[in-house]
Design a protein around this ligand. Structure first.
Ligand code: ATP
Ligand code: MG
Length: 348
């Protein structure tokens, strides 16, 4: 008995014994620590002071059954229950307890208790991040569907109509009852339409997958992006980068291209900037990317918009490559994005 008492006193698990009227007859130091009190204080007190009774407890006039089968079961073993502990300062916390001796006819029973707050916190965090993942994947589905709709509309509106009108002109031409001058005029119109169709096709294809990425590499693709941006929005934009430093594999090139593309799209849509600077340079095996504009500056609350996915996508791409990204307002005004991307494994 002495030896087992010593073990009980030394184990790190909280152990409490109570008699049939739920009065504590033994508590070890670990139990006292768990409830924020001392062993002397616990012994002789009702168990109900440390463990919350089930809501309907005592209705039948019987002693409260703190550990009983029902919704409180922890479910791993038949003798495991989850209950709510009450510390001396009143703080409530989840406990998992294993009961022994409760139904073997002995005059008292023993419970081994574990504080499961931490586990519950981790579980809740996990549930939250699962929810976020689900939302993200739903958002991705929507984006994919929207993109398809957009491409389909462009193909239909642009190319479809041009091809239809080409066919009509061709039919007219085949009827050949006009003068050679009429025919010539028709053919000129057809040539114009064909050129427009080719330009449309190029534009649609480039949006889907920039050819420059496959043909010239990242550096030239970024230059193309910059040139298009300047042409479209007339905002002077510098690109400081070294072609040799940007010879990267497809995964890294595509990620960086899309990040810069999103940053420029955001500047065009939100920044009201008059200048943009993009720097990309290698430092050892990292690529450092800075994109700055001198516009109105991003506000912290802008970055929390639930419906905005551009910045989230940017962050995800950086994190997928084990890099780091900060997005913040710049001094004296404007927005600044700093990215560090480890390149090992991506160099070609
Ligand atoms: N360069 C910038 N200057 C000022 N505000 C910016 C800049 N970039 C982003 N923002 C702000 O941050 C918000 C979030 O940007 P984000 O790219 O995530 O979403 P969005 O551009 O609104 O929509 P989308 O999902 O189509 O990208 C924007 O709505 C805008 O208010
Ligand atoms: Mg955006």
């Amino acid at each position: 008995m002495q030896a087992s008492r010593q073990i009980v006193n030394q184990v790190s698990e909280a152990i409490i014994s109570a008699d049939q009227s739920n009065t504590i007859v033994m508590a070890n130091p670990a139990a006292a620590t768990l409830f924020g009190t001392s062993v002397e204080h616990m012994v002789g007190r009702p168990l109900g002071q440390y463990i919350e009774a089930p809501v309907d407890a005592g209705d039948d006039g019987q002693p409260v059954d703190y550990f009983r089968p029902g919704p409180g079961r922890a479910g791993r073993r038949a003798t495991d229950y989850t209950v709510t502990g009450v510390r001396v300062d009143g703080e409530r916390f989840p406990i998992e307890g294993s009961v022994s001796g409760a139904d073997t006819g002995t005059p008292f029973y023993t419970v081994v208790l574990r504080d499961v707050s931490e586990r519950r916190r981790v579980q809740e965090k996990l549930t939250r991040s699962h929810d976020q993942l689900r939302q993200l994947s739903a958002a991705l589905q929507t984006i994919r569907e929207e993109e398809r709709t957009h491409i389909a509309r462009e193909l239909h509106d642009d190319l479809g109509q041009l091809l239809a009108s080409l066919r009509m002109d061709l039919t007219l031409l085949q009827q050949a009852d006009g003068t050679p001058r009429d025919s010539l005029r028709l053919m000129r119109g057809m040539e114009d339409n064909l050129l427009t169709a080719i330009a449309s096709l190029r534009r649609i294809a480039t949006n889907l997958r920039p050819r420059a990425l496959d043909e010239g590499g990242l550096y030239f693709a970024l230059q193309g992006l910059r040139d298009d941006f300047v042409e479209r929005y007339a905002i002077p934009t510098t690109l400081l980068a070294d072609e040799a430093e940007l010879r990267l594999d497809d995964a890294a090139s595509t990620a960086i291209f899309r990040i810069v593309q999103e940053a420029l799209t955001n500047i065009a849509r939100h920044a009201e900037a008059t200048r943009v600077m993009m720097n990309l340079f290698r430092l050892n095996s990292d690529l450092l990317i800075t994109i700055r504009d001198d516009g109105r500056g991003i506000r912290p609350k802008d970055m929390e918009k639930a419906e905005s996915l551009g910045l989230i996508g940017m962050r995800e791409r950086v994190w997928a490559m084990k890099g780091e990204i900060t997005i913040a307002a710049d001094e004296p005004h404007g927005t600044r994005i700093d990215i560090m991307l480890p390149l090992h494994g991506h160099l070609v």
